[in-house]
Design a protein around this ligand. Structure first.
Ligand SMILES: NC(=O)c1ccc[n+]([C@@H]2O[C@H](COP(=O)([O-])OP(=O)(O)OC[C@H]3O[C@@H](n4cnc5c(N)ncnc54)[C@H](OP(=O)(O)O)[C@@H]3O)[C@@H](O)[C@H]2O)c1
Length: 291
């Protein structure tokens, strides 16, 4: 039996908590900012439900085996406020977020050796508190090693494609190539179909090429072809798909542009690599967020 506290029951967090609660071996609790009574997920294979304990006050938490953080990156420090009550000496913390700074965001709050960074690829939307829709299959990647293997065990009874890799850094930078280019949708307030505009496709290509250059300097193995491949893939995808930064901007919520574009600029500077197109995206989205 593993005790699990999932912090951040949004699109990803509520979907994961509901899946985990289907397994009798787990004792799942949810740490929420906005309360709800129960969880319900429309998965590609049908509806699943769960009724975990829902905590809204940090003082209600007690030490668990696993803390899973699934807040947006900009809410990481607020999520970590749960750690002093939820983490005992053996608790491990899985960070299930986009970007490449999973450990960097949390190592000031807990020993880095207990942090498991998780790359997740699972299209999900929040319909209302506790209600989500999982629009496609779930893929997760963790670093090889005991922590990663133990984390994957939590999902052993799901149909997730979850695996460990010796090259986690390449996995997260590859995902960042995709996520960074999504900034243009949030800037233009237009869904994925804008990739069919030749000039916009070129901007996206430049954003991705900057990401590849900085990722390589950080040690990721990224092929030149990624930029063209992602553009072609986006052209074949649904025109009305809205990435989460676009959804956040439409809803008036903060956006994750620092984790998706700002990081390319910041780490680029460290290596003497300019990333002007990513810098432009950050400036425009920062300005848009201020209105
Ligand atoms: N959605 C996707 O399809 C997808 C796919 C792959 C990766 N990701 C990544 O996964 C991460 C999570 O994204 P998401 O789309 O699931 O975000 P989301 O729907 O915005 O959910 C975030 C949740 O965190 C909660 N929260 C924030 N601060 C909290 C705190 N201090 N304590 C407890 N709960 C807190 C929010 O509360 P409220 O309910 O009050 O807002 C919300 O329920 C992001 O890094 C995202 O980029 C998302």
């Amino acid at each position: 039996m593993s005790s699990i506290l999932l912090i951040g029951p949004g699109a990803i967090g509520a979907t994961l908590a509901t899946w985990l609660a289907q397994d009798d071996r787990h004792d799942v609790t949810v740490a929420a900012r906005t309360p709800f009574d129960s969880l319900e997920v429309q998965t590609p294979d049908g509806v699943i439900r769960a009724k975990p304990r829902v905590l809204t006050k940090i003082s209600q938490a007690s030490p668990v085996d696993w803390v899973l953080v699934a807040t947006k990156a900009y809410d990481s420090d607020a999520a970590a406020l749960w750690f002093p009550t939820a983490c005992g000496p053996r608790t491990r913390v899985a960070v299930i977020q986009n970007g490449v700074e999973h450990v960097a965001r949390f190592e000031k709050h807990i020993d880095a050796a207990r942090i498991v960074p998780v790359m997740i690829d699972m299209p999900a939307d929040r319909l209302s508190p506790g209600r989500t829709i999982q629009r496609g299959p779930a893929h997760m990647v963790v670093p090889a090693g005991k922590n990663g293997a133990d984390f994957l065990q939590l999902f052993a009874h799901t149909n997730f494609d979850a695996k460990a890799t010796d090259d986690f850094i390449s996995a997260v930078w590859r995902k960042l190539c995709l996520n960074s280019a999504g900034a243009i949708s949030a800037v233009l307030l237009k869904p994925a179909g804008i990739v069919h505009h030749a000039g916009v496709a070129e901007v996206m290509r430049t954003i991705i090429r900057e990401c590849i250059a900085v990722g390589r300097a950080e040690g990721a193995k990224l092929e030149d072809e990624i930029a063209d491949d992602l553009i072609e893939r986006a052209k074949r995808g649904p025109r009305d798909a809205a990435n989460s930064m676009l959804a956040d901007r439409r809803a008036g919520r903060p956006m994750e542009f620092d984790a998706r574009n700002g990081v390319i600029v910041r780490l680029g500077r460290k290596h003497g690599i300019a990333a002007p197109m990513n810098e432009l995206m950050v400036s425009l989205l920062e300005a848009a967020q201020q209105d």
